[in-house]
Design a protein around this ligand. Structure first.
Ligand code: UD1
Ligand code: MG
Length: 453
């Protein structure tokens, strides 16, 4: 049981972005979203984000996941934590302070840090790591007995202190009462004129309290993102984590280094994913599915045994053993049934397609309800828009739509009906009948001779 306070008020100048740094995403989730989720997964019963720069935008994007307090002016990390005073006062357990720009943090690490803190009975436990290059970080100054004396910021450090390789991650576990006590006593007497949260450690130690450190092995977990290069490095590391988890779950990836799977994607066993595939957050892919190279599946559901070749899906669903592609485009609200064939250069939008239907080539189906075992000839178009409004096309079971048919909506083709190739259908076609809606062929004999005279 603990409360997380996540510092996310900074500008993130080096991102050179109109968007606040903590909203930039790694594998489909904002930087700060990763930190919030890790906190919740570790067992936080309250998560408070300290927001400042473009606070409304941050709040809107992360709404529902955390509570927010405003730090109107950024006067330092200590000042930021002070803004969460109410939440800290009301918490019975520990307070974990984290940064909003460290997406690679894990729930396990937070849990272990809290556990270490509680077992040791310390007032504060700082999470640290040994780095070959400690430039820019606060250094952990330890006494001869190995205990933590204080943290010195790079800008305030002596030559000797700068040679220390153990750095402050900027993450801590505090006992709530001791944190409040120490926050009250920090002052901005330092090189940056800021209220440093790091000063709380020395304050607590001088008050006779115990201050500890939790040293982590994997320094990636504390990587803060400051610019787009670091953002891409984090993306790479996170992608490896996500892809490896799927592979360990029984998913084959032919080219994991080019496969981008966002957070919150489910994939069943024995599914095979080709090169350059993107699968967006919220997607659910069944088992024994084949997702061919260069496909993009965004917020979509793909049932068992389906086969997708080089196609794009947004907010769509395809049924069991259905084949899609190559080069098909399934747009929002397309629900395709079982054993359907959606072939090359087929676009489907806001439509329901019944089981066993075949839409093999060069066809647009928009705003339509199509029955089972319907056959679409090549080049069928549902004419769903008259320039003002959209209308639906309804096609019954076992209908046969001839090649190059235009179905001018609103229109209905009943069960078992046929349309002749090249027809422009504007009126309802009754059950089991054939509609022909095109001019009869006229042959002008000897035309070539007459033409050249
Ligand atoms: C801080 C630590 C340093 C540590 C490093 C780890 C202090 C004084 N120093 O330094 O010891 O090694 O993090 O990355 O704490 N923020 C606010 N409001 C503010 C200031 C900062 O919300 O007024 C947020 C920032 O958006 C950021 C986090 O706090 O997410 C850390 O602030 P930053 O300015 O990056 O601190 P560092 O100088 O990196
Ligand atoms: Mg920083």
């Amino acid at each position: 049981m603990f409360t997380s306070v996540i510092l996310a008020a900074g500008m993130g100048t080096r991102m050179k972005s109109d968007m606040p740094k903590v909203l930039h995403s790694v594998c489909g989730k904002p930087l700060c979203g990763w930190v919030i989720d890790a906190s919740l997964k570790a067992g936080a019963d309250e998560v408070v984000c300290v927001v400042g720069h473009k606070a409304d935008m941050v709040k809107e994007k992360l709404a529902g996941k955390a509570e927010f307090v405003l730090q109107a002016e950024q006067k330092g990390t200590g000042h930021a934590v002070m803004q969460a005073k109410n939440a800290i006062e009301n918490t019975a357990g520990a307070v974990v302070v984290l940064n909003g720009d460290t997406p690679l943090i894990t729930a396990d690490m937070i849990k272990s840090a809290v556990c270490t803190h509680e077992k040791s009975g310390a007032s504060a436990t700082v999470i640290t790591a040994e780095l070959d290059d400690a430039t820019g970080y606060g250094r952990i100054v330890r006494g001869t007995d190995g205990s933590v004396l204080k943290i010195v910021e790079q800008k305030d450090a002596s030559e000797e202190e700068r040679n220390i390789h153990e750095v402050n991650s900027g993450m801590y576990v505090f006992s709530s009462k001791d944190l409040l006590y120490a926050l009250d006593k920090i002052t901005p007497n330092n090189a940056q004129g800021e209220y440093y949260l790091t000063d709380t450690l020395e304050i607590l130690r001088n008050a006779g309290k115990k201050v500890g450190a939790y040293v982590i092995d994997d320094a990636d977990e504390i990587r803060g993102i400051n610019d787009r290069v670091q953002l891409s490095e984090a993306q790479k590391l996170m992608q490896i984590r996500i892809n490896e988890a799927h592979m360990r779950n029984g998913v084959t990836m032919l080219s994991p280094e080019t496969t981008c799977i966002e957070d919150d994607v489910q994939i069943g066993g024995d599914t095979i994913i080709g090169a350059n595939v993107i699968i967006g957050a919220g997607s659910k892919i069944g088992s024994n599915v084949s997702v061919g190279a260069n496909s993009q599946i965004m917020n979509s559901v793909v049932h068992d045994g389906a086969d997708i070749l080089c196609s794009v899906m947004f907010d769509a669903e395809i049924g069991k053993d259905t084949h899609v592609g190559p080069f098909a485009y399934l747009r929002p609200n397309s629900v395709v049934g079982k054993n359907v064939k959606v072939g090359d250069f087929v676009e489907i939008k806001n439509s329901n397609i019944g089981d066993g239907t075949k839409i093999s080539h060069l066809t647009y189906i928009g705003d339509s309800d199509v029955g089972e075992n319907v056959n679409f000839g090549c080049g069928t178009v549902t004419v769903n828009y008259d320039g003002k409004s959209k209308y639906r096309t309804k096609i019954g079971n076992n209908a046969f739509i001839g090649c190059n048919t235009n179905l001018v909506a609103p229109v209905t083709v009943a069960d078992g009906a046929y349309t002749a190739a090249g027809s422009t259908i504007t009126d309802a076609v009754p059950e089991d009948s054939l509609a022909i809606a095109r001019a009869r062929q006229v042959n002008k004999t000897d035309w070539n001779d007459k033409r050249s005279k």
